[in-house]
Design a protein around this ligand. Structure first.
Ligand SMILES: [Zn+2]
Length: 244
């Protein structure tokens, strides 16, 4: 497949058309060509392994080892799947470039340190900053649960929990944390809410309930009875195409 017919340009960035996705080796070749073109335009470097394609500012540190380590830890989470996402394509962008990208994809300049874009060829965008590894772990969690239809509180809770599972001390029981999340049902999930969602996931993990809870959200979109349980707390004013 011709790369030219599969990509489009927006605000100077290359994007892959979602309708143009081929299968197997063709996909893999297109993916490599796309990333090479993207990196070439930014004058960025590329690192490749069987599980990652990482694009980052030229001359910056090598990121592959840290990404492999993060993935190794995430694969211990129930139902996390690195295969569902294919190879993880990660762009680590310098802050001005990152802001421009977020505006392009999200249509606003909300404060983020990373995002996972499901549209077209799924990819992760990480701001090149001191905390980039934490952000990468967070966004990789979203990518690894793409095969399930998780409600927002659970997706964000897992991502928040994954950032530092061993250090997290939960404040309150699962029931109490659920009540607190329910109480916030109307508002957007800000950092404070993410903390509670993360605590809830940690509390479920401690009680060995996490696997059972996640298993309820298989695609296609859950039925009405499951939705009723979660719809109230699954609110986030983000597009369904990406998660921050
Ligand atoms: Zn998130």
């Amino acid at each position: 497949m011709e790369l030219r017919s599969s990509v489009y340009r927006r605000n100077g960035f290359l994007f892959l058309r979602s309708k143009a996705l081929p299968g197997g080796s063709q996909y893999s070749r297109l993916e490599k060509d796309f990333v090479r073109a993207f990196a070439g335009e930014l004058n960025y470097q590329i690192e490749v392994s069987s599980q990652f394609l990482i694009v980052s500012p030229r001359g910056s540190m090598k990121r592959m080892a840290a990404a492999e380590r993060a993935l190794g830890k995430l694969e211990k989470l129930p139902y996390f799947s690195s295969r569902a996402a294919g190879r993880f394509v990660i762009y680590i962008l310098a802050p001005p470039m990152f802001q421009r990208y977020v505006r392009t994809v999200a249509g606003s300049s909300i404060q983020l340190s990373g995002l996972y874009v499901e549209k077209g060829m799924g990819h992760l965008i990480i701001r090149a900053a001191r905390s980039w590894q934490k952000t990468l772990t967070h966004e990789l969690t979203h990518a690894g649960y793409q095969h399930l239809a998780l409600p927002v509180w659970l997706g964000e809770g897992l991502a928040s929990y994954a950032e530092e599972p061993s250090r997290r001390r939960t404040r309150g029981s699962a029931a109490e944390l659920t009540r607190r999340l329910m109480a916030m049902e109307k508002g957007p999930l800000d950092r404070f809410d993410l903390q509670i969602a993360g605590d809830l996931v940690a509390s479920l993990a401690r009680d060995s309930l996490l696997r059972a809870v996640i298993s309820r959200f298989k695609k296609p979109v859950p039925g009405p009875e499951v939705r009723r349980l979660t719809a109230q707390i699954a609110t986030l004013p983000f597009s369904s195409k990406w998660s921050g």
